[in-house]
Ligand binder design. Structure first.
Ligand code: SF4
Ligand code: SF4
Length: 355
């Protein structure tokens, strides 16, 4: 790597750290703005992982003007981080414009992708657009019937990222039911570290985002990878839920979904999270500050065994604040039908919020 590139990367890493610290300080000072939103610009995916209930095989990209108006609305709420997800977001032909628009609002931008469509040119385009964080989840070393998100297939993409990406790259491996060999997660994490990339581990949860206990071997691997993570500023370091998940224990926390965390589907509806789509399913353009306040204080009955780590991580900032109360749930609204899930398993995602 040439010296100018190294200096540029170091400067960008410092800037991300600064933004991460500001994110935490502002979150501690005020509970009135969303900390993180997931935005879905396309539901279609080029893969079909057996555990996944978040994709279809036919839908069209959401038009750019609609996505811009959703981003403008999230900016109006004061949202600090927007992570673009899917489906497979690299299938959206105007993804770079989308990232630029988020960047113009000075909102931190992240991307979750399966990595298949990454090329050197594509990565440089993401650099120019202003992407700050990217995450790839890798499920196994060799492709199998459950998942083709495999180290064997993606290793070249990781090398390209290590060479060309100016943004932070995190490789998330997974443990739990449906993963054939838990040692795969360790191999994947070690490869990420060898390439100078970040690493995290997620626990596969069921179709409602709920926990399945890990075996003793999986628990040991989980903790090894957890300690391997290079991030200097990581919410996971301050959060007992990682240990609770590894030991299959329930976790006491206050889920702030619908308030501090928003999941915006391809139809522009606000949901609690990817696993609780349909609640409350209110159009983002009709979502108000009152909705934010209501959901901030609403206790979520699915919280004790939840493994949706991105929501748990942002919740840490408010765990010291007032307790929540049980509220009558808003009526569930149906979501658009997706591909039938072949098994009820699916993976968890990590927030990309701090370097
Ligand atoms: S897990 Fe990701 S890559 Fe696999 S089908 Fe779902 S959206 Fe596509
Ligand atoms: S506790 Fe919150 S993040 Fe977890 S499944 Fe329920 S609504 Fe989603």
């Amino acid at each position: 790597m040439n010296v100018f590139k190294a200096i540029r990367r170091r400067a960008l890493a410092h800037y991300r750290t600064y933004r991460g610290v500001r994110f935490i300080v502002e979150g501690l000072l005020s509970s009135r703005h969303p900390l993180l939103a997931h935005l879905i610009p396309i539901r279609r995916c080029n893969l079909s992982c057996a555990y996944c209930n978040e994709y279809d095989d036919h839908s069209q990209p959401v038009p750019l003007d609609l996505l811009f108006s959703r981003i403008d609305r999230l900016a109006w709420f004061g949202t600090r981080v927007i992570t673009i997800s899917g489906g497979e977001p690299l299938l959206h032909p105007e993804l770079d414009h989308l990232i630029r628009h988020i960047h113009r609002h000075r909102i931190t931008t992240g991307l979750i992708t399966n990595g298949y469509l990454l090329t050197a040119d594509r990565i440089q385009g993401l650099n120019r657009a202003g992407l700050e964080y990217l995450q790839i989840s890798i499920d196994n070393v060799m492709p199998d019937q459950v998942s083709k998100k495999s180290l064997k297939v993606l290793d070249k993409k990781l090398e390209l990222l290590a060479e060309h990406a100016d943004f932070h790259v995190n490789i998330n491996s997974v443990l739990g039911g449906g993963v054939n060999d838990p040692q795969d997660a360790l191999v994947i994490a070690r490869r990420a570290v060898a390439l100078g990339l970040g690493t995290t581990v997620g626990v596969i949860h069921d179709g409602s985002g709920q926990l399945r206990p890990l075996s003793p071997q999986e628990q040991s691997i989980y903790l090894q990878i957890h300690h391997m993570g290079k991030r200097r500023l990581s919410f996971a370091r301050f959060n007992n839920f990682q240990g609770d998940i590894a030991h299959g224990r329930s976790h006491q926390w206050r889920c702030r979904a619908g308030s501090r965390y928003l999941y915006i589907c391809e139809d522009g509806l606000v949901h609690y999270c990817s696993q609780q789509r349909g609640y409350p399913a209110i159009p983002l353009q009709e979502y108000t500050l009152e909705h934010l306040r209501r959901e901030y204080t609403t206790e979520k009955s699915c919280a004790p065994h939840c493994t949706v780590s991105c929501v748990q991580q942002v919740a840490i900032i408010d765990n010291w604040r007032a307790p929540q109360r049980v509220m009558a749930p808003l009526p569930r609204r149906p979501s658009a039908p997706l591909v039938q899930v072949k098994s009820e398993l699916r993976d968890s995602t990590e927030v990309v919020s701090a370097d």
